[in-house]
Design a protein around this ligand. Sequence first.
Ligand code: FBP
Length: 696
Amino acid sequence: MKADLKALMTNPVVKNAISNINPGLVERRAFRPPRCEVFKSPYTSLRQTGKYRFEIDPEAKRQLPRIIDNRVQVIAGEDELEDWQVERLTRSRTIGVVFSGGPAPGGHNVIAGIFDAAKQANPDSRLVGFLMGPDGIIENEHVEITAELVDAYRNLGGFTMIRTGRTKIDTQEKMALSRQTCRDLGLDALVVVGGDDSNTNAAFLAQEMMDDGIQVIGVPKTIDGDVQVRDADGNVLCAISFGFHSAARAFSQDISNLCTDCSSDRKYWHICKVMGRSASHLALEVALQTHANMTLIGEDLADYVDQRRIQAASGAATTDFTAFGITLRNLSRVICDAIVRRAAVGKNCGVLVIPEGVLEFINEIQVFIIKLSTILADYNNKHDRDFHTRFPRLEDKLEYLRRLAKDIANGSAPGVWNARDDELFNDIPAFFQEGLLTERDSHGNFQFSLVETDKVLMGLVKDYLNILQEKGLYKIGIERAYYEKVMLKGGLDPATYAKVMFQNADAEHLLMRNSVISRKTLRQVLVKGGLIAEEDAIPGPVVKIFNKSIPNFKTQTHFYGYDGRGSHPTRFDCNYTYNLGLTVFSLIANGATGQMAAIRNLEKDFSEWEPMGIPIAPLMHLEERKGKLALVLEKSLVDINSVAFQVVKACRENWLNASQGEDNYRRPAPIRFDGQSEDERPLTLELNALEEQEED
Ligand code: FBP
């Protein structure tokens, strides 16, 4: 029966099915995160503390003199204040807010927190949102943030409400336009929700807009988790940026599903590239959440020492400097070793997690990235058309580099590209050359998400596995019980054949002798062992076992990044971001500028969370960006001495599980904001807090 479509569309079941609103969304929007203790008081004040020390970069002092002396400001709850203080806190304000950089779950709650606090202090206060990131400030594109708008996005993921962008306010002209917008809108304060580069922007805006009486406050956002702040004595002030937990949990849930798939059909190695431009914090958290078989941590690889080379050199009474720091080739060998070991116990499958930014920790690649970025930046500075427009085809780009190497060699041009660089660069696959020639983003960061890191690595892995297979070193271990059943069924004595065919006839997983790499070599072994004559056919059961031992290395590649960035926030991120919003308002209402809102003690019970403002300028240092040194907020990398990393390292063998039995996978629960099954906070955060407890 063909249904009457018009009538059908009014049916409540159909209406429900095609509605954008579902019960989960309604629940999320209705959830109200709890407020930190200090925000339960009618008022707040700031307690400046000299308890925390920073080592200040002279360049930061030179470029940001007006905010360099800022101190940490701890927020206190106040029941009563002097009249003038109450008047200051509750006066009507106009506050602008902008999202900057990649989305991170929880951003909408920062806005909700600022909005609720501002309206509570004075219902006439206004919040405006700049559209599409910093471009919205430069071009004065904004929306009025109303109660309806805030309510529509409470506890929801993404930056959909006002969207985001990566523009950097890095020229006098952009700065002047931004100031003009803020003045035109009569802003009292501007809030920049962003990562290291955006907080760098916030510091410069704070410095510039001081004369306009406009305060600027930053908020630590990025799924990468690399905005973390410690003072010079190692005290943790900001343990993690918001969005990290949600993205890590989203990735972990998907990767854990792959672990289940892998242990179900034992067919594939799942290669999972996980976002995080430089630091491997996300990969580390995923390792803890899922216990995937192998997780690379960039910061650990940078520390790699090739013991075989060290030993060979010491035997020859020399020093081998190439033994320090990992090369791509070394890394592919390390991965192959794990694959071969699992295959030997019948597991020609597994889950490998590769951090997106791993190449940054591989010396030879890092050198290419820096040199090529400098060459591209130089070219773009000198010419009318940018490098990629001038040389659209890869061959033309390579030709340019070749000529450059020659000109540099004969002294007719200055530069960093030598004949050896050119030779090595020409040796790598075209897609990788393209990747390394990618332009940096507006902040001068290399765009690792555009490089097919997994393809580069797995190409080398596959090549080396083929070599190992030809040498008879990569093969699948055959379960003894299965072997015996097949042989007995075919009327052959398992023990007699085992001694001849296998290198480990007594083991639970039987491995063909290294010399057996084909039917021809199998026959030779059987003949030599006196089990068949030259002219005999190889017995059927033996062929069956041999075929089972031949590995077919099959991979499925996955990229986890944009999906996790768009995930709904976890309860941790819902609560964290809402309270960051309240913190922002408190900092503004108490007159702060050039500060980043933060919450200390995130690893502790919610009742111990301590909202504060951290001075941004003292956190800045000089870094290479597009071939030049620039003052930026320092990124925090994975500390290989941290408890979290040491625990993962200690569990590596266990999680690789190149032994009998089930793998040791962990299945994290789905992301929720409610209920007992929701994780309290990131595992890396909890583990690293143990270190501080021990130090106390
Ligand atoms: P932010 O530091 O701006 O939060 O962005 C982080 C990130 O998601 C990285 O993990 C990733 O490398 C990059 O953004 C991708 O950038 P794009 O959105 O430009 O593709």
